[in-house]
Ligand binder design. Structure first.
Ligand code: ATP
Ligand code: MN
Ligand code: MN
Length: 306
């Protein structure tokens, strides 16, 4: 349980990426982006993307007919994958299964060759799947919520986390909302993380019931933002920073500095076309230091004790 295969953890020389078949196939017909364009995009962002997903159980969204045709979610390793590792993990039903784990660029590019468009890691590492090291508050606006309201919500979540002495990081999802990500070091048991995230979302909805809802069955309430705490359980995933989204215009899930939030126009402001150039222009990683942050949920647990 929890160990990646020996061959994957050994420091090996960089392996060659697999050959790309059908490079000219249109994957995003609306912007005429081909499978080659998708491969070129992932090679361009590889140095930033890989640390976000390597060594973590990974779900992928595969779109064999392109982003406008049916896509499917895959979490298990399948025959034919030769450069992608796996972790044998216990599933909810009690059985064990082999979860996809990418270790290097060659593995990532093999998944691209298999028509993966989106990458969704766990908030835990494959070698300690029971300890969460990322909490994700996924802000999901219902119909009619202006994006300015989503931005205010993200700032609000950040301030409340600061009161618990927790530093957080901002991600534009490439979709409609924003993610506020809290790194934990040392990692924390999932049941505690889950109670924290759920309690935090409930408190937010109680304090401002006109703006927020935290009940999963009410998640698409008009004019309200669902504080989706459900990303925070063993086996749940969130989209990786720098992943493409299989949506119109090939948007990218992009990590941002909090200082960039005021100027942000929408959740899908960044795309396959402009992100590589943006990375060249701004050398500094907006999430620099996220893996050096030492923080845990002790302050929250203390606040709750009588
Ligand atoms: P948006 O900003 O548009 O909400 P998002 O990536 O946050 O974009 P959500 O629908 O809120 O999209 O989903 C959040 C995360 O939950 C996804 O990134 C994905 O990892 C996971 N997820 C969503 N739906 C499923 C599903 N049907 N099965 C497994 N995981 C899912
Ligand atoms: Mn969301
Ligand atoms: Mn959601």
């Amino acid at each position: 349980e929890g160990a990646t295969s020996k061959s994957a953890s050994r420091k090996a020389p960089a392996r060659a990426a697999p050959r790309l078949s059908s490079p000219g196939k249109l994957i995003f017909p609306d912007i005429r982006a081909t499978k080659q364009d998708v491969a070129d995009y992932y090679l361009a962002v590889m140095d930033r993307l890989l640390p976000e997903i390597a060594g973590r159980p990974l779900s992928i969204i595969r779109c064999p007919g392109g982003a406008e045709k049916p896509c499917f979610f895959q979490k298990h390793h399948t025959p034919g994958l030769e450069l992608v590792s796996f972790a044998r993990l216990k599933e909810e039903a009690g059985n064990n299964a082999n979860y996809l784990v990418v270790e290097d660029a060659a593995g990532l590019m093999e998944l691209v060759q298999f028509n993966a468009l989106e990458f969704h890691p766990w908030g835990a590492r494959a070698d300690s799947p029971d300890l969460a090291d990322r909490v994700v508050f996924d802000l999901d606006p219902g119909p009619g919520v202006p994006f300015a309201e989503v931005k205010r919500a993200a700032t609000h979540v950040r301030r409340l986390l600061e009161q618990l002495e927790l530093e957080s990081f901002l991600r534009s999802t490439g979709g409609k909302g924003l993610h506020v990500v809290v790194p934990l070091d040392p990692g924390c048991q999932w049941d505690l993380v889950k109670r924290f995230a759920h309690g935090f979302a409930d408190a937010l909805a109680r304090s401002e019931p006109r703006r927020f809802v935290s009940v999963a069955t009410l998640k698409l309430r008009p004019k309200k933002i669902f504080v989706d705490y459900l990303r925070n359980s063993r086996g749940a995933t969130s989209v990786a920073s720098y992943s493409l989204r299989a949506r119109a215009g090939a948007p990218v899930a992009l990590p941002l500095a909090w200082s960039e939030l005021p100027r942000l126009k929408c959740g899908d402001a960044f795309t396959i076309k402009d992100v590589p150039a943006r990375l060249k222009r701004r050398r500094k990683d907006p999430w620099a230091g996220i893996d050096k942050v030492k923080q845990n949920l002790a302050r929250w647990a203390d606040d709750r004790s009588p």
